[in-house]
Design a protein around this ligand. Structure first.
Ligand code: PMP
Length: 401
């Protein structure tokens, strides 16, 4: 696999000198994915499920074909794949439906300060409404979730565990399989936020034995507006829909209605047809690249980036032991948003902010960090330009001292 030929699939990489290191926010979209979305819009453009004409059948086949691709990717059943708007809406769906059904006064919900807000806030809401208790896995000195620390908070009161698989702010891989095993010993349900994991590593939900798992299309070469909730079939069946309306019903009377089987009872209204079809194409594309290559690239680029950054005085790296291509840092004495403007002048796209992880920022005693995050189409030359941009930012702000 040659990264230079891969880059030809990405219009922006071919037609500009952009160094794109904001992949943890969203990945770039390759031509085959854009072509497939265009194909749906230009050649089909019609609704699914309800139509009795050829175009609608074809759109339905592509839409449901995308569900099959997701099922294959995750090693689960077709009916266990619910399409959502993204990770956030998938995680909210579990909390609003199952969470509100099973959580009772005094129950405990385990999460962590390392979570993206989307993994934590839906459970804050459930805890507040049900008078349950949110419990946080103590992070270790590197701000990691460890099995040892998870054991300290796991108890007979634990009903739900909601944790990330890979942290978007620190790039750590959570030892989720062992955590799931321990949680199940207590009868707890585990929801895995895989927004950062799905783009970067193979996921086998049977092997993990997680109860729910969520990810977004736009971080893995797919379009925005589409995501996935995987749920164990028997759990999805017990869950009530949270949105009601078209397409999700069997029969409707004036004062009651019956609903379709899962996953359709959760997909209210006209589905995200183009999005799902685009996600299907993205999965094909990722499979053609291969997770082996993706992980190898992440490791090579991470090692190179850290090695070069460690030679620069006056920067603080918050996760020098990151497991992935996500590096969080600050230039000492410079606000990350100010630094970001210099990166932008150099056409190096990075992210400055709290990364939707304000509790973690508090643990780091920072309001914000600069985050660089790689994907398989990045090169060592990209990292060189990023390092040069750090030097330029330092020189610029040093000139004011
Ligand atoms: N969890 C993690 C770990 C994330 O990185 C993100 C996206 N930054 C989300 C959840 C939310 O994903 P989305 O915005 O696609 O709903």
């Amino acid at each position: 696999m040659d990264v230079h030929s891969i880059r030809k699939d990405f219009y922006i990489l071919v037609n500009s000198d952009l160094v794109y290191l904001d992949n943890a926010a969203s990945s770039l979209k390759p031509k085959p994915v854009i072509d497939m979305i265009n194909f749906y819009n230009e050649r089909l453009g019609v609704n699914v499920h309800r139509g009795v004409y050829r175009l609608s059948h074809e759109a339905t086949e592509l839409y449901e074909g995308a569900r099959e691709k997701v099922a294959k990717l995750l090693n689960c059943r077709f009916e266990e794949v619910v399409f959502t708007r993204g990770t956030s809406s998938a995680l909210n769906l579990v909390a609003s439906s199952l969470g509100m059904q099973i959580i009772e006064l005094g129950d405990e919900i385990i999460t962590s300060e390392l979570e993206h807000h989307s993994s934590m806030l839906p459970w804050q809401n459930v805890a507040r409404k049900k008078n349950a208790k949110l419990v946080f896995v103590p992070l270790d000195e590197d701000k990691r979730i460890t099995v040892e620390n998870f054991k300290k908070v796991l108890s007979d009161k634990t009903k739900v565990v909601a944790l990330n698989y890979i942290s978007n702010a620190m790039g750590y891989i959570t030892p989720i399989k062992e955590i799931i095993r321990l949680a199940h010993e207590k009868g707890a349900i585990v929801i895995v936020d895989s927004a950062q994991a799905a783009p970067h590593m193979p996921i086998d939900v049977k092997d993990l034995d997680c109860d729910f798992l969520a990810f977004s299309g736009h971080k893995m070469c797919g379009p925005t507006g589409i995501g996935v909730l995987y749920g164990k079939h028997h759990l999805l069946q017990t869950m009530e829909p949270v949105e009601f309306g078209g397409d999700m019903i069997d029969t409707v009377e004036l004062s009651c209605a019956t609903f379709k089987e899962t996953p359709y009872k959760f997909e209210t209204g006209t589905p995200i047809i183009g999005g799902a079809i685009g996600l299907g194409a993205a999965i094909d594309y990722i499979n053609s690249i291969g997770y082996d290559f993706i992980m190898q690239q992440d490791n090579i680029l991470r090692d190179y980036m850290l090695q070069e950054m460690k030679n620069i005085n006056g920067i603080t790296i918050y996760n020098p032991k990151t497991d992935t291509g996500i590096v969080s840092f600050n230039i000492d004495g410079v606000h990350p948003h100010d630094a970001a403007t210099v990166f932008d002048q150099e056409n190096v796209a990075i992210r400055a902010g709290h990364h939707c992880a304000q509790p973690l920022m508090r643990c780091l005693n920072q309001v914000a960090t600069i985050r660089a995050s790689t994907y398989f189409y990045n090169t060592k030359e990209d990292i060189d330009r990023f390092i040069q941009a750090i030097h330029k930012a330092k020189a610029f702000f040093d000139s004011f001292i």
